[in-house]
Ligand binder design. Sequence first.
Ligand code: KG4
Ligand code: ZN
Length: 341
Amino acid sequence: MSVRQKEVTILAIESSCDETAAAVVVNGRDVRSNIISSQIDIHTLYGGVVPEIASRKHIERMNQVIMQALNAAGMSLDQMDAVAVTYGPGLVGALLTGVAEAKAIAYAKKLPLIGVNHIEGHISANYIENPSLEPPFLCLVVSGGHTHLVNVKDYGEYEILGRTRDDAAGESFDKIARAIGLGYPGGPKIEKAALKGNADAICFPRAKLSGNEYDFSFSGLKSAVLNYLNGCQMKNIPVVKEDVAASFQKAVVDVLARHAARALDEYAIPKFAIAGGVASNAAFREAVEEACRERGVLFYRPSPVFCTDNAAMIGAVAYYEYLAGRFAGWDLNAVPNLALT
Ligand code: KG4
Ligand code: ZN
């Protein structure tokens, strides 16, 4: 019987940053369970993710999270066809805990092991709630570590049209949130504060780069916001956090939407998706959706729970790796700077 004729059930594990996550996914799109144990409360105390603490917490929580994922799916390890795990990019110690766990389970249960690229996971989160979505499509991946505009040519086949030359968009949300005293994680806190602010109060710059017009840069914007805050402090002008949050968010969203619009105009691909933690931001979603609507292009976005780190998206990628027969050896290792292509 070919693999296409039978159901393929995958146990997926994700531990690249500060979420310990496990999921059971059937045929890449049918999520039977999706357990996420967030460490946000711990890292908030330090204003950002502390890698050593993240690794230790993954070790403490991993077995429990996997058991919960199997229980919630009503399945046992004996019913799995493969074990998949994120092996990069991410924090090396955090990745290693997931890789070691996945190897141990796969070895003990004589199951194939599948190594998954985390960015590919974010892109593939779009498959979960859109059963009819298939490549080719364009995808703007915007997370805490990455800002990539990608042409998804086929399952496992990607062309990067543009990427950030410095900070990732999510990273800039986190840094600005810290600077205005909103704390970690910055994205959701800036979004909430921005709802009460005036997005036109302060005109922050939108970087235009020479060279590849699809590349991004957010460090100039970050410096502009920090300079504005310093200026206010020196002149004894009170800072309206909500206005800073709204004006900053608008500057980021404008740049992201401008790149999306340019790609929509240049590439005759009628499907556009967004992904990554920042894709849960309503202002960003609406701006890209609007650009797609104006051009008659289908717009896709994962629900917020599938935008931020989760293991279901890893299970989605792993299914297509399974079909392609791309399995990892016992020498699978964490690759902190793993590239998409
Ligand atoms: O994809 P993700 O969970 O982890 C990485 O792979 O990096 O993304 C986390 C990032 C953080 O920088 C966080 O501040 C940002 O996504 N984020 C948001 C929102 N929710 C999460 N940024 C803007 N608005 C949000 N609602
Ligand atoms: Zn991520």
